[in-house]
Design a protein around this ligand. Structure first.
Ligand code: AMP
Ligand code: TRP
Length: 340
């Protein structure tokens, strides 16, 4: 339970470590826009400090950060109503991240499945930042005293760790200072799967471009990727139970539901008994009608990189105004002399 003394505030972030995918859009971005439109205070961050836990080409990183900012705005984030900025422009994140490195335990971090997946058997060669990453993520959220965090399913464990860090900090220092956040993992597409393998997450780091739809893909590419998506030969069943053991089919149904603002139940009811020869073209049309306007608007925004940088700078200044006083109070609680 979130203590009532914390006013509702939403924070979330996306790494600018590659182009955004349909998974990012349905699992995160589209939900960010819905939250903004519900009138809750919303803070959205391009987490460039997280991106460099794996080496990034500096020129590409800057471009990808602008591209991600353009994607946010093209999808409906209004920088006048939400705060939109890149993480490294507000140093309070890294500063609180350090304090949380001293709160979080090695054991907690070693249990993170994303760490185990990404570092794999070659953990010796992974960066220390990659290991500590969930503690910086907790700082991103808690430096705003945010209470709700919309994310895709893959981030659930990191949000539980954020709760553990808040609880341990409050306990260790005898305060009720950091809120215990609520993960917001909702909708039919909290885990969009690869178009080539329904058991793997759609990801910007998958070597196969056919496995994902990028927000920058044009209409023909989107339609072609959906046509070629792996499926099985069975027609669609008349209920969701009939999709058990058919991960690729289930994934396409979920994607359809999320794009249409509907539910998987309704999609299955509509297409019951039809084969993929009917369903895929319908999905391709729907995807193009939803995504093409976003990619067109992204292109328009990207033509003015200085304009994007100005928006991020303005967002960072507004973010800083919230974060700095919370960081100052944290330093005071921890026992740091504040004399300048
Ligand atoms: P990342 O690209 O890892 O920074 O993820 C940014 C946000 O998108 C997080 O909230 C993720 O949970 C979400 N996300 C990433 N990939 C997917 C996916 N395949 N399905 C649903 N959500 C996703
Ligand atoms: N770890 C998240 C991801 O890879 C990105 C992220 C960083 C984030 N800081 C965050 C998400 C704070 C929500 C809140 O998807």
């Amino acid at each position: 339970m979130t203590a009532p003394k914390f006013t509702p505030r939403i924070f979330s972030g996306i790494q600018p470590s590659g182009g955004l995918t349909l998974g990012n859009y349905l699992g995160a971005l589209k939900r960010f826009v819905e939250k903004q439109d519900e009138g809750i205070e919303t803070i959205y961050c391009l987490v460039d400090l997280h991106a460099i836990t794996v080496w990034q080409d500096p020129v590409r990183l800057r471009e990808q950060t602008r591209e991600a900012a353009a994607a946010f705005m093209a999808a409906g984030i209004d920088p006048a109503r939400s705060i939109l900025f890149n993480q490294s422009q507000v140093s309070a994140h890294a500063e609180l991240g350090w304090i949380f490195n001293c709160v979080a335990r090695m054991g907690w971090m070693s249990r993170m499945t994303q760490w185990k997946d990404k570092a794999g058997r070659n953990a010796e060669a992974a960066s220390l930042g990659l290991f500590a990453y969930p503690s910086l993520m907790a700082a991103d959220i808690l430096v705003y005293h945010a209470t709700m965090v919309p994310v895709g399913e893959d981030q659930k464990q990191h949000l539980e760790l954020c709760r553990d860090i808040a609880i341990k900090f409050n306990h260790d220092y005898g305060v009720d200072f950091f809120p215990v956040i609520e993960p917001v993992i909702e909708g039919p597409a909290t885990r969009v799967m690869s178009l080539r393998d329904g058991t793997r997450k759609m990801s910007k780091s998958d070597p196969s471009d056919q496995s994902r739809i990028n927000l920058t893909d044009d209409a023909d590419t989107i339609a072609q990727k959906i046509r070629k998506a792996r499926t099985d030969p069975e027609p669609l069943p008349d209920s969701l139970e009939g999709l058990a053991g058919r991960p690729e089919a289930r994934n396409l149904v979920n994607i359809y539901a999320a794009l249409a603002g509907s539910t998987p139940e309704a999609v299955v009811a509509e297409f019951a008994g039809r084969g993929f020869g009917t369903f895929k073209p319908a999905l391709a049309d729907l995807a193009v009608s939803r995504l093409a306007p976003i990619s067109r608007e992204m292109k328009r925004l990207m033509a003015d990189p200085a304009g994007i940088d100005r928006i991020l700078g303005d967002g960072a200044a507004r973010a800083e105004a919230i974060a700095r006083p919370i960081l100052e109070r944290t330093l005071d609680i921890v026992g740091m002399i504040r004399s300048r």
